[in-house]
Ligand binder design. Structure first.
Ligand code: PMV
Length: 366
C-alpha cells in the first residue's frame, strides 16, 4: 500500500506567528548497488544500497517567520549558497517546496530564508544533491515537529524525511540513515520500500561500519549529461529489463557479504556495479561517456595493487569521473601510502578527500 502523507491539518492557526531557525548537517552517500532508471514520481526501477559518507556533507539552515502578505507566489523563499544568492538553486528548491504543499501546507504560510553550504568545495566534482536535499527535508520535518508536536518518534521522523528527500532527488532518500541504507523494495530487506529508504547499519559486519572511502578527484568540471537525463535514457534502453533484474540479484548476493564481512564479494559487486552504470551510459542512445582517461588509469592501478598485495582495496564510481576507493580501516595505512604514491599524483591538482562510513545526519541545536 502506498504512503499518503498529504495532510491539510498541518496548517498554522491565524494567531501563530512562529519565528526561528532549524539547522541540519546531512551527508552525501555512495551507492554500492546503483539506482539507475525511474518511473512515476521518483520511484526506482530497482532496489539500491549505499554507504552513508561522513565528511562530504551539506549544512542547511532554514530561517522562518510568518508570511504577512497574502496572494503572490505559493512559496516565499530566499536562498543563499555559501553566503551568496543562488537564483537557479532557489528556483529548483521553490519548485520542490511547491510540489509538496499538500504534504506541508504550512510552507505556504512562511517566509523562508535558506542558507546552505557544502563541506566539500563546489568544484570538487562531488554530487551534492543527496546531501543537500536530505538536509533540507530533515529541516522540514523539524519544522513539522516543532509547530505541531508530531514526529516525536525518531523512526517516523526519519522515514518521512527519507520519503520527502526521495521526491526531491531519489538517492537523497538514503542519506538520512547512518552507515548504510537501502531504498527500493527487496525481498531480503524487511520493510524495504520504493517510497523511502530503510536503515541497514544494524545488519553490517563491524568491518563495514568502519569502511574507508577515499574520493579521488579526476575532474571537477560539470557533467556533460545530468543524472536526470541519464535516468530518462533508461526508459528506452535495450538492456534496461535485464539490468533491473541484475540489480536485485546483486543485492541478494551483497547482503550476506555485508553481514559476514566478506570483502571479496563486496568488492566484486561494488566494482561491477560501477562499471555497469558507466556501461549503461555508453550503450544509451545517444551514447555518452563520463569517465575520463584518468579514471581508467586509476582503476588500473587499484586493480594491479590489489593483485600484487592482496589488500582489500576496491573502487566505485558515481555518475561522474571521480573514483571512490573502498578499503577496510585496518588496512588504511598501507592503502593510503599506495594512494599517495601512485594515485593522488594523477588527481586534478592532487585533490582527494579522505572519507568513511558515517553516523548519518545531525541536527544542530541552539
Ligand atoms: O538521485 P539521482 O537522481 O541524482 O540519481 C543518482 C544515481 C546514482 O548516483 C548514479 C546512483 C545512486 O544510486 O546513487
Amino acid at each position: 500500500m502506498s504512503l499518503d502523507y498529504r495532510n491539510p491539518k498541518l496548517i498554522l492557526d491565524t494567531s501563530d506567528h512562529p519565528q526561528g531557525s532549524v539547522t541540519w548537517v546531512s551527508p552525501s552517500n555512495l551507492a554500492i548497488v546503483k539506482y539507475w532508471g525511474k518511473h512515476g514520481r521518483q520511484l526506482p526501477r530497482n532496489p539500491s544500497i549505499s554507504l552513508t559518507l561522513d565528511h562530504a556533507a551539506t549544512t542547511t539552515t532554514l530561517h522562518y517567520h510568518r508570511r504577512e502578505e497574502v496572494g503572490g507566489e505559493p512559496v516565499s523563499l530566499e536562498l543563499f549558497f555559501a553566503g551568496h544568492p543562488a537564483p537557479d538553486f532557489a528556483r529548483r528548491i521553490k519548485a520542490y517546496l511547491q510540489s509538496i504543499l499538500e504534504i506541508y501546507p504550512f510552507l505556504g504560510q512562511l517566509h523562508l530564508v535558506m542558507h546552505t553550504d557544502n563541506s566539500f568545495p563546489h568544484s570538487s566534482g562531488i554530487a551534492s544533491s543527496a546531501s543537500a536535499m536530505s538536509a533540507l527535508t530533515l529541516g522540514l520535518c523539524s519544522l513539522e515537529r516543532h509547530f505541531f508536536d508530531t514526529l516525536d518518534d525518531s523512526s517516523a521522523f526519519l522515514q518521512k524525511a527519507s520519503y520527502l528527500a526521495r521526491l526531491a532527488s531519489g538517492s537523497a532518500s538514503r542519506s538520512v540513515y547512518p552507515w548504510m541504507a537501502a531504498w527500493g523494495q527487496h525481498g531480503d530487506i524487511e520493510g524495504s520500500s520504493d517510497e523511502y529508504a530503510v536503515p541497514f547499519g544494524d545488519r553490517l559486519h563491524p568491518s563495514f561500519r568502519t569502511i574507508r572511502n577515499a574520493i579521488l578527484i579526476v575532474s571537477s568540471g560539470t557533467k556533460a549529461v545530468s543524472s536526470s537525463a541519464g535516468h530518462e535514457l533508461m526508459d528506452t534502453h535495450p538492456y534496461a529489463p535485464t539490468r533491473y533484474i541484475q540489480a536485485g540479484q546483486r543485492l541478494s548476493r551483497l547482503i550476506p557479504a555485508l553481514e559476514q564481512g566478506d570483502w571479496a564479494t563486496f568488492g566484486q559487486i561494488a566494482e561491477n556495479e560501477a562499471l555497469t552504470l558507466h556501461a549503461l551510459m555508453m550503450a544509451s542512445n545517444p551514447s555518452y561517456i563520463l569517465m575520463k582517461p584518468g579514471s581508467l588509469a586509476l582503476i588500473d592501478r587499484i586493480r594491479t595493487f590489489r593483485q600484487e598485495t592482496g589488500y582489500s582495496v576496491y573502487f566505485s564510481l558515481d555518475a561522474g569521473p571521480n573514483l571512490h576507493v573502498l578499503y577496510p580501516e585496518d588496512q588504511a595505512e598501507a592503502v593510503e601510502a599506495f594512494l599517495h604514491q601512485e594515485c593522488i599524483p594523477l588527481c586534478e591538482e592532487e585533490y582527494w578527500i579522505a572519507d568513511r562510513a558515517g553516523e548519518g545526519p545531525r541536527e544542530i541545536i541552539g
